[in-house]
Design a protein around this ligand. Structure first.
Ligand SMILES: Cc1ncc(COP(=O)(O)O)c(C=O)c1O
Length: 394
């Protein structure tokens, strides 16, 4: 009755929410540290962007728009990316998508079939794994080294390239570890991709949510290796529910012409992205406002507090996050002996305390024995959460 394709799809970040709902029915307060959505905490979509959305609907812009995106938005995105990352692109290199998620869906649909491979970081954002499998491809995880602040190891990536490798994905800052890849690693990865003639996909959704270190855009460092960047309005512009994103092709040697055409076919087949959100996105880019910077300032304090508390809890260890809004502590499962694995630990923690994190194995092979906790909630809530985790473990 149901296809294998959808039957086995798993998404730990939302799957754990089902258990949380069950626990909530017993009257327990749930602390949602499982979802990376700033808008459900004390970060709100700026009024001027909401106003632009409302004005678009009242102005009657409620029709199907161009499948590739409203031309004025493609123009603004192009200007924005060109200025920010010093790359040579035109509005024709921009495709507006329903969030980065749809961009990933389109790209993996366009790149993979019959067991072809894509290299993704491990631990990884599970959507890359899901969609690769959905299109009969095979996600191959390259290892982020926890002992080296979760940086990738270029030799490990090299050892995993095969004749079936169709693309290599960089996710910096990474979800779930918060790692910002160093410029040197990015450069080495680009050189490696060039050596094997593989394009790079670069998920840049957290590029503006970085703390001490400087963000490096892969396309800025690439002379001729094609890079497809993915970004959007969910995180930096606090509009997760609007489903508004884009991808850009930085492809100086025109190696992606065929892929780009195929993806345009795909975009036409789904008609278009949300029209009124596109008009609001134009306003967000033209007039960026202080909200992103204010969010980063608040998040830095919340990260510092969470990191300090996590390090004080016996049986947990943690690498600090350079960006995004997650910490990914390691759970000393072997020494605890009470829990069989990270999933059992996270579900037991949820049932006992109401604290809802995501089990690390939901982020691929290298996520095992970890859990992901977002530090989006305010300091008062975080204090309660870490007291609960500390007592639970004691
Ligand atoms: C790495 C990464 N990429 C993409 C997304 C989804 O972005 P969007 O809301 O634009 O679909 C997320 C959401 O958490 C993410 O963590």
């Amino acid at each position: 009755m149901v296809s294998r394709r959808v039957k086995d799809l798993q998404y730990a970040i939302r799957d754990i929410a089902v258990v949380a709902e069950e626990v909530e029915k017993t009257g327990k307060t749930i602390y949602h540290l499982n979802i990376g959505d700033p808008v459900i905490y004390d970060f709100k979509t700026p009024n001027y962007i909401s106003k632009a959305l409302a004005e678009a609907t009242f102005a009657g812009q409620n029709y199907y728009v161009n499948s590739l995106g409203v031309p004025a938005l493609r123009e603004e995105v192009c200007k924005y990316e060109r200025n920010k990352n010093e790359i040579n692109i035109t509005p024709d290199d921009i495709l507006i998508t329903s969030g980065v998620t749809e961009g990933i869906f389109f790209l993996l649909a366009g790149l993979l079939e019959n067991g072809e491979e894509i290299l993704v970081p491990g631990p990884t954002y599970p959507v890359y794994l899901n969609y690769a499998q959905f299109f009969d491809g095979k996600p191959v995880e390259y290892k982020l080294m926890e002992e080296n602040d979760w940086e990738p190891n270029v030799e490990d990536i090299r050892s995993k390239i095969t004749p079936k490798t169709k693309a290599l994905l960089i996710s910096s800052p990474n979800n779930p570890t918060g790692t910002l890849y160093s410029s040197k690693n990015i450069k080495d990865i680009i050189d490696l991709a060039g050596e094997f003639d593989i394009p790079i996909l670069s998920d840049e959704i957290y590029d503006q949510i970085v703390f001490e270190k400087q963000y490096t855009c892969p396309a800025t460092l690439s002379k001729d290796v094609p890079i497809i960047g993915l970004n959007g309005f969910s995180k930096a512009h606090l509009a997760t529910g609007w489903r508004m994103g884009y991808l850009y092709y930085s492809d100086p040697l025109d190696k992606l012409t065929e892929l780009k055409k195929g993806i345009e076919n795909m975009a036409r087949a789904r008609l278009c992205a949300n029209s009124i959100a596109q008009f609001a996105a134009i306003e967000a880019l033209k007039n960026p406002g202080p909200h992103t910077e204010e969010m980063v300032t608040k998040l830095r304090d919340r990260r510092d507090y969470s990191y300090k508390r996590l390090r004080q809890i016996e049986g947990l260890s943690c690498v600090n996050a350079d960006g995004a809004f997650y910490l990914f502590p390691k759970i000393d499962i072997e020494n605890f002996s009470k829990w069989k694995d990270d999933k059992e630990f996270v579900i037991d923690l949820l049932r006992a305390t109401g604290v809802c994190g995501v089990y690390g194995s939901g982020f691929g092979t290298y996520g095992k024995n970890h859990m992901r906790l977002t530090f989006l909630p305010d300091l008062e809530i975080l204090e309660e959460v870490y007291n609960l985790i500390e007592n639970f473990i004691k």
